[in-house]
Design a protein around this ligand. Structure first.
Ligand code: 13P
Ligand code: ZN
Length: 271
């Protein structure tokens, strides 16, 4: 039986966290990341678990009973994750009612899972029910996406149209579009519930004046979505700041060609 520190999923988690830190998306303790651990991965490391007390989640996640998650700790800095994973991260187990969790590894100097645990678990639950392979939930604070939320109307149709239209890769990465929510208190149940409603439709949601919330099958998909959307938001900010109107842009007919060529299932309302 292996140690948690040697587990491939922990190494992939830490690499994504480190890359995201270097992208500038995680000032101070900003952002959080969680991974729904596969059964075979748990079997490889469970000998090193040391279960703590059961605690109330504050919401019911029946669809996640018996699941284990690797989760960033509240108040922990992404900058420090690779330096000492067992301090910044923890593994939690969900009980048979879906209403309680206990820590089984990590947070070694004290600590608890992210304050956005509601949002992470509620969204893992709905994503798992739609796509069993979806295992990563990620929240970050990227500058250009936040800046755009101060400039564009907080409407998924407007954001999707603008982001799709500025860079060809965007509709390939988020063919269902992107959700947008108004400002809601961070870490609140209300934010989790509002996000769930959007995550039923979109793989990524913008939290106005705050950041982005993303789901993915794996770390590459979650990181890639974050990167593509933030890069497109940066190009859009540059175009808006230049004061120059767009001269051309991708036409509706070209979007349709892209949709056919890559079999994306793009919704026509955003073209
Ligand atoms: P945590 O440190 O509790 O994860 O909170 C960071 C954050 O970005 C809240 O939205
Ligand atoms: Zn945040």
């Amino acid at each position: 039986m292996g140690r948690m520190e040697d587990a491939v999923f922990l190494k992939e988690f830490v690499r994504m966290a480190d890359d995201a830190w270097h992208m500038g998306w995680h000032e101070s303790n900003g952002g959080n990341l969680s991974y729904r651990i596969r059964e075979d991965e748990i079997r490889g490391v469970e000998d090193s678990f040391d279960p703590g007390e059961w605690k109330d989640i504050g919401t019911g996640v029946k669809g996640l009973t018996g699941e284990y998650f690797l989760v960033t700790g509240s108040g922990k800095h992404f900058r420090n994750i690779s330096h000492d994973p067992a301090d910044s991260l923890g593994v939690i187990e969900i009980d048979e009612t879906g209403e309680r969790y206990r820590q089984v590894w990590g947070y070694k100097n004290g600590g608890r899972p992210t304050s956005e645990l509601y949002s992470h678990l509620m969204n893992h639950e709905v994503r798992k029910s739609i796509d069993e392979k979806c295992r990563v939930v990620y929240h970050n604070h990227p500058s250009n996406v936040i800046a755009l939320s101060h400039i564009l109307p907080l409407d998924p149709v407007v954001f999707t149209k603008e982001l799709w239209g500025i860079m060809t890769e965007v509709p390939i990465v988020i063919p269902k579009g992107i959700g947008v929510l108004p400002w809601i208190v961070p870490g609140s149940r209300e934010l989790g519930e509002a996000t769930v409603k959007q995550i039923e439709k979109y793989d990524a949601v913008i939290w106005a004046y705050h950041g982005m919330f993303i789901t993915g099958r794996d770390f590459d998909q979650a990181f890639g979505t974050a990167h593509a959307v933030e890069k497109a938001a940066g190009i859009l900010m540059a175009q808006i700041s230049s004061g120059s109107k767009k001269l051309g842009g991708i036409t509706k007919d070209q979007f349709k060609q892209l949709d056919r060529a890559y079999d994306l299932g793009m919704a026509e309302e955003y073209m």
